[in-house]
Design a protein around this ligand. Structure first.
Ligand SMILES: O=C(O)CCC(=O)C(=O)O
Ligand SMILES: [Fe+2]
Length: 282
C-alpha cells in the first residue's frame, strides 16, 4: 500500500494557520509544524506563501471527499482466510464504503472473547478534541477493555484473521477493544476519525476504517445506526461491519457518522478494530 503525504487542509486548520501567522509566529515554524504532522513539504510552503500574500487557499470543505476503494473491496463475496471458514459479504454500500460481513468469528470465539473481557471492564472514554486526552462523557456510557496484539492465542489468531480479511498488516491497526453495553447504554453519533489538527503522523496518522464485530445477539436495541444514510444494523453474533472513511489525500468522509442506540432488552458485546493510515509501531 502506498502512503501519500497529506496535501489538503480543512477550513479549521486553515483558520488556525491564519491566526498563528497573525499572532506573529514565523512562517517557517508553521511550515515545520505542518511537515511534522505529515503534510507534503511543497504543499506546506505553497499554502503558507499564499496565505501571507492573501491569496485564496482551497480546503477540504470546498472539496468533496474523494472515494477510493479499500483492499477488502476487491475480495469478492466469500472471503477466505488461512484458519477459518469463509467470511460472507452479505451487504455492501459503495459511498460511503460499508460492508456487512457474516461468520467472521465462530460462536465459541465470541463466547471466549466475552469471558476474557468480563473481569477487566472499565468505563469507556472518548478523546477530547481540545486536549487530545481521554475523558468520560455522558454520550458514551458503555464499558470496555483492550487486548495487546499477542496477549494470548485467541487474540493473536483473531488479529491475524482480521489482517488477512482487510488486507492491512497488523501494525496498521490499533489494539482490539471489547465493549459492553448494559440496558439503556449507548454511544451517541460520532466519527471514529480524529480531528484533523490532532492527527499524529508519527503514531500511525489518521484512522481510515473501522471493523466492528458483534459478539452476541441483542434482544432489542443496540443497533449501529448511520443517521446520514438511514442505515441501521442489528447485532448478530459473529457478524461484523466494516466502514472506510479515510483516503490517501488525508480527507475524511463525514457520511460515516454513526451511533450505537440504547440497549432496550438484554445486553450488547462488540469488538472494535480501528485501522490507521500508516504503521502504528514497527
Ligand atoms: O457499538 C457499536 O455499534 C458502535 C461502536 C462504535 O461506534 C465505536 O466503538 O466507535
Ligand atoms: Fe464509532
Amino acid at each position: 500500500m502506498i502512503v501519500e503525504k497529506i496535501s489538503i487542509i480543512s477550513n479549521e486548520l486553515k483558520e488556525w494557520m491564519q491566526n498563528t501567522l497573525n499572532s506573529g509566529v514565523a512562517p517557517e515554524l508553521v511550515v515545520d509544524a505542518m511537515i511534522k504532522k505529515g503534510f507534503d513539504p511543497r504543499f506546506s510552503y505553497t499554502t503558507i506563501f499564499r496565505m501571507i500574500r492573501n491569496h485564496s487557499v482551497q480546503t477540504t470543505d470546498n472539496c468533496p471527499y474523494v472515494y477510493e476503494l479499500p483492499p477488502i473491496a476487491r475480495k469478492g463475496s466469500l472471503i477466505h482466510t488461512s484458519d477459518h471458514v469463509p467470511i460472507k459479504v452479505i451487504m455492501s454500500i459503495e459511498k460511503p464504503f460499508i460492508l456487512l460481513l457474516d461468520n467472521l468469528l465462530s460462536e465459541q470465539e465470541c463466547d471466549e472473547l466475552i469471558a476474557l473481557s468480563k473481569d477487566r471492564l472499565r468505563r469507556s472514554k472518548v478523546i477530547d478534541s481540545e486536549t487530545g486526552k481521554e475523558k468520560t462523557v455522558p454520550g458514551r456510557t458503555s464499558e470496555g477493555t483492550e487486548f495487546m496484539v499477542l496477549e494470548n492465542r485467541l487474540i493473536a489468531r483473531i488479529e491475524k484473521r482480521i489482517a488477512e480479511l482487510i488486507d492491512y498488516p497488523v501494525e496498521y491497526s490499533e489494539s482490539l477493544q471489547v465493549l459492553h453495553y448494559n440496558h439503556g447504554e449507548e454511544y451517541k453519533p460520532h466519527f471514529d476519525f480524529f480531528q484533523e489538527n490532532k492527527v499524529d503522523a508519527s503514531k500511525g496518522g489518521q484512522r481510515i476504517a473501522t471493523l466492528l464485530i458483534y459478539l452476541n445477539d441483542v434482544e432489542a436495541g443496540g443497533e449501529t445506526v448511520f443517521p446520514k444514510l438511514g442505515l441501521s444494523v442489528s447485532p448478530k453474533k459473529g457478524a461484523a461491519i466494516y466502514f472506510h472513511y479515510g483516503n490517501s489525500k488525508g480527507q475524511t468522509d463525514r457520511l460515516s457518522l454513526h451511533s450505537s442506540t440504547p440497549v432496550v432488552m438484554g445486553d450488547k458485546w462488540v469488538a472494535t478494530k480501528w485501522i490507521r493510515q500508516k504503521k502504528i509501531y514497527e
